[in-house]
Design a protein around this ligand. Structure first.
Ligand code: CA2
Length: 151
C-alpha cells in the first residue's frame, strides 16, 4: 500500500534558522529540520513533502494543493501565525488534520506572539520543544492517520 503523505509547511524567515538568534531558535538550520523530518518519516513509514516559503499567498496555495493529495498538514506558519486570517481560512477549507508547530515557546515571548489565528484550525499545537517538535508532530499525525484507517 502507498505510504500516506504528510505536508510539512514552513513560513517566512525559517530559512534563516541556525544563521541568527541561536539563543531563541537553537543552532539547527532548515536543512537540519528537514533531515529530522525525513528520518522521522522513514521510521514511521510515511511520505513527507517538506517546504518553506516567505510568501503568504504561496503558503495559502500550498495548503489548497494538499486537498485530495495529503492526509495531514504540519505547519509552522512563523510570523503569519499571529497575523494571517488567509492561512486560517485555507486550513479550514482543506478539511485535513492540522498540527501547528513552533520551535520557540511563543507564550514565553512578546505578547504579540501569544495569539495564533492558525491554532483555531489545529487539532494540536506543539511549541517550545525546538526542532524535535516536528518529529513529535509527525508521530502524532501518523497515529491519527492509522486510527482513521482502522475505523
Ligand atoms: O518559534 C517558532 O517556530 C516561530 O514560528 C518562529 C517565527 C516567529 O515569528 C514565531 O513567533 C515563532 C520566526 C521564524 C524566523 O526565524 C528566524 C531564525 C533565525 C533568524 C531570524 C529569524
Amino acid at each position: 500500500m502507498e505510504r500516506p503523505l504528510i505536508a510539512v509547511l514552513n513560513g517566512p524567515n525559517l530559512n534563516m534558522l541556525g544563521l541568527r538568534q541561536p539563543e531563541v531558535y537553537g543552532r539547527a538550520t532548515l536543512d537540519d529540520v528537514e533531515q529530522v523530518c525525513v528520518q522521522a518519516a522513514e521510521r514511521l513509514d510515511v511520505a513527507i513533502d517538506f517546504r518553506q516559503t516567505n510568501g503568504e499567498g504561496e503558503l495559502v496555495s500550498w495548503i489548497q494543493e494538499c486537498r485530495g493529495r495529503a492526509r495531514g498538514i504540519i505547519i509552522n506558519p512563523a510570523a503569519y501565525s499571529h497575523t494571517s486570517v488567509a492561512i486560517l481560512d485555507a486550513l479550514l477549507a482543506v478539511d485535513l488534520p492540522v498540527i501547528e508547530v513552533h520551535i520557540s515557546n511563543i507564550h514565553r515571548r512578546e505578547a504579540f506572539r501569544h495569539h495564533s489565528y492558525v491554532s483555531r484550525a489545529a487539532i494540536g499545537v506543539i511549541c517550545g520543544l525546538g526542532v524535535r517538535g516536528y518529529a513529535l508532530a509527525l508521530q502524532a499525525m501518523t497515529d491519527m492517520i492509522l486510527d482513521e484507517d482502522d475505523q
